[in-house]
Design a protein around this ligand. Structure first.
Ligand code: NAD
Ligand code: TYD
Length: 358
């Protein structure tokens, strides 16, 4: 049985990854979830696994050297899946510092602890691997409708968020190049699915629409993102962790490009299709809620991933078409409105007022 150390396991992708792994591979793995529980971390997401023998939660800051080393000294960790991060571009534009602390220094700390615990006189203990979960945003932006990011595309981050993620990637690369540290870097496109915090486009629009609130579209709404259903991403990470060639970077995406305005329009239409005829919220939802607002500073125009390498080497392809994934996602939010109510109480209200003046 392999022991996976999952950082940021109480966040959106981390909690989906733990739930996915516990469902699909529960006999083969033990998971230790390390998370400091920022505004984005929520243990409620993991209720269904918290009593399982092969799952353990530890409230630890990845920047805490002693605490992180202690985890490696206590448990025989086979895989590190490093999700923990500050992850929202808009927040990074307002407050870059915490992004450098968590995303760069936190990664360095984790790398050092794994290296120290895994290294031997002539290399590393067998079958150990560190996975840096990164983003396509490190490649910068594609300016037109054509072209894709490849693993060989030069890094050219624009936001403080993507700069911090690119810095972390370069640290991982330096550990591979200098110390032959056993690692992979994965760079995925925009994820969507259950448990995503409503600061990101899709859950924010679902929540606002259900409450008859305006739907703030930045700039022209013509910016393009490549959307990946979170379970497809989880399977890709598992494959890279188990079968990826050491030292390699793998892009994860699905040729699922959509303009932001298309996404918002689809959310409105799908909500109206899915809500029962007698549901009073239907009266609140219409295309008139769409409100164009001031553009994000430095707003990257288009992201698009070429996932050819992971397909060729590991046989991975996304299996969830957007038309299906968006329905699964909306259905989850409709069934979990109490989750949404809890996470949008308190601090979220201040965040929303500061970010959106509509
Ligand atoms: P998220 O913001 O939902 O979750 C981040 C988690 O990290 C939270 O549970 C938070 O409590 C935890 N965390 C933050 N600082 C910590 C610290 N110092 N110590 C321990 N835990 C800490 O993020 P997400 O959307 O799930 O993203 C996960 C990873 O995937 C991130 O590294 C992000 O850069 C990357 N990524 C995300 C997307 C996306 O579409 N969401 C796309 C590409 C890459
Ligand atoms: P987001 O979900 O923040 O992800 P990222 O910036 O990491 O790609 O935003 C996705 C796209 O949606 C991005 O082009 C910005 C846009 N957007 C809006 O138009 N309005 C919003 O309220 C938000 C949060 C995002």
């Amino acid at each position: 049985m392999k022991t996976y150390l999952v950082t940021g396991g109480a966040g959106f992708i981390g909690s989906n990854f733990i739930l996915y792994m516990m469902k699909k591979y529960k006999k083969d793995i033990r998971i230790i979830n390390v998370d400091i529980l920022t505004y984005a971390g929520n243990l409620e997401n993991l209720k269904s696994v918290e009593a399982m023998d092969n799952y353990k939660f530890m409230k630890v800051d990845i920047c805490d050297k002693e605490a992180v080393l202690n985890i490696f000294n206590t448990y025989d960790i086979d895989r590190v899946i490093h999700f923990a991060a500050e992850s929202h571009v808009d927040r990074s534009i307002r407050n870059p510092e915490v992004f450098v602390n968590t995303n760069v220094l936190g990664t360095l700390n984790l790398l050092n602890a794994a290296k120290l615990s895994w290294e031997t006189e002539d290399g590393y203990l067998p079958d150990k691997k560190y996975i840096q979960v990164s983003t396509d945003e490190v490649y910068g932006a594609l300016e037109g409708e054509e072209g894709f990011f490849y693993e060989t595309t030069p890094l050219d981050p624009h936001s403080p968020y993507s700069a911090s993620k690119a810095s972390a990637d370069l640290l991982v690369k330096s550990y591979v190049d200098t110390y032959h540290f056993p690692a992979n870097i994965t760079r995925c496109s925009n994820n969507y699915g259950p448990y995503q915090f409503p600061e990101k486009l899709i859950p924010l629009m679902i929540n606002n629409a259900l409450n008859g609130k305006k739907l703030p579209v930045y700039g022209t709404g013509m910016n393009v993102r490549d959307w990946l259903y979170v379970d497809d991403h989880c399977e890709a990470i598992y494959l890279v962790a188990e079968k990826g060639r050491i030292g390699e970077v793998y892009n994860i995406g699905g040729h699922n490009e959509k303009k932001n305005i298309e996404i918002v329009t689809m959310i409105i239409d799908t909500l109206l299709e899915m809500l029962p005829k007698e549901d009073s919220r239907r009266e609140l939802i219409s295309h008139d809620l769409i409100t164009y607002v001031e553009d994000r500073k430095g707003h990257d125009f288009r992201y698009a991933i070429a996932p050819d390498k992971i397909k060729e080497e590991l046989g991975w392809e996304p299996v969830t078409p957007f038309s299906q994934g968006i329905k699964l996602t909306i259905a989850w939010y409709l069934e979990n409105m109490d989750w949404m109510e809890r996470v949008t109480k308190g601090e979220y209200q201040n965040y929303y007022k500061t970010m959106y003046s509509i």
